[in-house]
Design a protein around this ligand. Structure first.
Ligand code: 13P
Ligand code: SF4
Length: 349
């Protein structure tokens, strides 16, 4: 058993030894014990762009979740290796759309709507889903460019299928003026469309997936904050439900949230609806502001939390020893089409 100090020392040692050959991107939801060693931090869009631009690193140790490491593998050169320090760091939302369900849904939707439909997928999805979307002319989106990408999709086709987060899809479509009565939900468990009304009215089909972290922020939480702290501004991530986003003052990606708080004046008060590690860090960084979590029972992302200091050291050690663990290698054919979907997004960003 190594102490925290020894583990930290080991990370520093390997980082120094490997220099530019090693690159550690870290998502905002990662723990402090890990994020302190990140060479770059960001939301999913920024980390995807940074990975695409970094041509020098031989080893990319991704501190985030599985789909992010897959994205990095797809966007980087073939001889660059991508690692995920703990393979159990998945994403429950990404797991809510598997490729077989998606292909069955697509067949049904083509029967209903013909060639009028385009698929879009949140980057929080498996490489296989991105590949499916790329093959069918669609693109990926992240929470920071979803509006732009949904507008782009409507320039190509009359309707769209939005995978796998119904809330980001609904919030984004709503923001660009699509009515809630023009949105249907695809239920992948029952293989059926949930909609009452004439189907030619449908403009957006939302995949019935969600983020188990952001669904924990409720209308009840909002009322509580409004009552207790009437002057407080409420800011949430668009993975929260439409009701929660509708009752909040502001909604946006993790980067948007960070920037909004940074730009606010000293003494301002905020309730934040997003992942716990990020909220805690924002609170620490702004001692001059009154900041709380929108849900008093702070919500961690359990899979993000799987990446901890011991796993980081274990992964780095294996690289140092030349017998690397936890390589992420997306199948070449899958990667080729997934890259099309990602590039359509990166070209717009
Ligand atoms: P962003 O980093 O794009 O805001 O996404 C949040 C998230 O849930 C990542 O898993
Ligand atoms: Fe997935 Fe939600 Fe965790 Fe992000 S916060 S990795 S969407 S479960």
């Amino acid at each position: 058993e190594m102490t925290t100090e020894q583990l930290e020392e080991r990370v520093r040692e390997i980082k120094e030894k490997l220099g530019d050959k090693l690159f550690i991107p870290g998502h905002h939801y990662q723990k402090d014990e890990v994020i302190q060693f990140a060479d770059a931090t960001g939301d999913s869009l920024k980390l995807a762009q940074i990975s695409a631009e970094n041509t020098a690193a031989e080893h990319i140790v991704f501190c985030g979740v599985h789909f992010m490491a897959e994205t990095a593998d797809i966007l980087t050169k073939r001889d660059q290796k991508v690692y995920l320090p703990d393979m159990r760091a998945g994403c429950s939302m990404a797991d809510m759309a598997d490729i077989y369900q998606t292909e069955r849904a697509w067949t049904k939707l083509l029967e209903l709507f013909g060639e009028t439909i385009l698929p879009l997928t949140y980057v929080n999805s498996t490489a296989a889903i991105k590949s499916f979307v790329g093959k069918n002319g669609g693109a990926t989106v992240t929470s920071s460019n979803a509006e732009k990408m949904v507008r782009w999709a409507f320039e190509q086709k009359e309707r769209l299928l939005f995978l796998p987060d119904q809330h980001l899809g609904r919030n984004t479509a709503f923001n660009i003026g699509i009515g809630l009565d023009e949105m249907a939900v695809w239920n992948p468990i029952k293989d059926e469309l949930e909609f009452d009304g004439p189907i030619d009215k449908i403009k957006v089909i939302l995949w019935k997936g969600h983020c188990s972290v952001h669904e924990n922020f409720t209308v009840e939480n909002i009322h509580q904050v409004r009552e207790t702290y009437p002057e407080m501004k409420i800011i949430v991530h668009p993975e929260c439900t439409r009701e929660v986003v509708g009752l909040s003052d502001l909604a946006g990606s993790t980067n948007y949230i960070i920037e909004a708080i940074n730009a606010s004046t000293s003494g301002s008060a905020w309730a934040i609806g997003t992942e716990m590690n990020l909220v805690k860090r924002i609170i620490q960084e702004h001692p001059d502001k009154q900041i709380i979590s929108l849900n008093p029972h702070m919500c961690p992302c359990l899979t993000m939390n799987r990446i901890d200091l011991p796993h980081l050291v274990w992964c780095l050690d294996s690289i140092d020893e030349g017998v690397p663990h936890n390589l992420i290698e997306v199948d070449e054919l899958v990667a080729e089409n997934a890259k099309k979907a990602l590039n359509r997004m990166l070209e717009q960003s």
